[in-house]
Design a protein. Structure first.
Length: 266
């Protein structure tokens, strides 16, 4: 693939690739779907049936037209995941890229967290990523050759976040799972990588974005001086999903305006 385009023709970096993005009717996932479609991919938009972003998902699919497929389902249920990926293969003939983006968080002091709250976060974030990765990887191995598994983890795969212990544990777990899969799936040429966003302006951060003081405090910790945009995460996803990242596996790409550098000045 040429690295530079000297003609006026736009390079379609994902032309005819088939991708599923979980939790993609809002925020980062939605931005990835829109960018992938613009890069020539065929896309499956997963959303939680009855969830707050169901209508947004259906609108997105109808706006994108033939290159898009609605994939309603709960990522933490094997039956839903197998049906969704089956539908993708039935419509588009194969699956090249699976992006584990669906996620949730519950803010609670550790001493007050209930078992149900802990299990909910771990089940959607970590177990859901395992399920989607396994079902997708089985399909990729069956169809050959190769494939791409991408995980939207978080800077909290590495840095602590008090009152979000289950969230941090789930994202740290995703980091280790991704590194393991990178080893196990290398013989099949399935690249496995994480994208770890910092503070991105999406619905998951709505409470902070709506509170001027909380927003100011958050921005004060970001060297780049602002929240990130979902499109800035999507740009890295295009690279990791495309042919130019052939030799990249087992890595985390931070998209965080420098947040993880944690400079001390005393
Ligand atoms: P978001 O809330 O808009 O996106 C999360 C999506 O996951 C929603 O559409 C939600 O409906 C969906 N979802 C939740 N449970 C699901 C389930 N069981 N099955 C299917 N879908 C489900 O927020 P976002 O910021 O776009 O989050 C996307 C990912 O990025 C998440 O994994 C989140 O942890 C991660 N992330 C976000 C930030 C940030 O600052 N926004 C930072 C680091 C990591």
């Amino acid at each position: 693939m040429p690295l530079k385009n000297f003609s006026n023709e736009k390079i379609m970096r994902l032309k005819d690739k088939v991708a599923i993005v979980t939790g993609s009717s809002s925020g980062i996932g939605k931005a990835i779907i829109e960018r992938f479609a613009a890069e020539g991919a065929k896309v499956a938009v997963n959303y939680l049936p009855g969830g707050p972003h169901e209508k947004e998902g259906l609108d997105l699919v109808s706006r994108l037209g033939e290159c898009a497929l609605a994939a309603p389902g709960d990522v933490s249920k094997r039956g839903d995941v197998e049906r969704m990926i089956g539908d993708v293969v039935a419509k588009f003939g194969r699956l090249d890229i699976a992006i584990n983006n669906a996620g949730m968080e519950i803010k609670k002091p550790f001493l007050e967290v209930t078992d149900d709250e802990w299990n909910k976060v771990m089940t959607v974030n970590l177990f859901g990523s395992y399920l989607v990765s396994q079902v997708a990887a089985r399909q990729m191995v069956k169809q050959g050759p190769g494939g791409k598994l991408i995980f939207i983890s978080s800077v909290h795969e590495d840095i602590p976040f008090p009152e979000y212990t289950a969230y941090c544990a789930s994202k740290g777990g995703i980091r280790m799972m991704m590194r393991n899969l990178a080893m196990e799936l290398a013989p099949y040429k399935i690249n496995c990588n994480n994208i770890a966003p910092g503070a991105i302006a999406t619905p998951i951060n709505q409470a902070v974005l709506d509170d001027p003081q909380a927003k100011k405090n958050a921005i004060s910790e970001i060297p780049w001086g602002r929240f990130g945009r979902p499109e800035e995460v999507a740009s890295v996803a295009v690279f990791l999903a495309g042919d130019e990242s052939e030799y990249v596996t087992g890595s985390t790409y931070y998209v965080d305006g420098g947040l993880t550098q944690q400079v001390t000045t005393y």
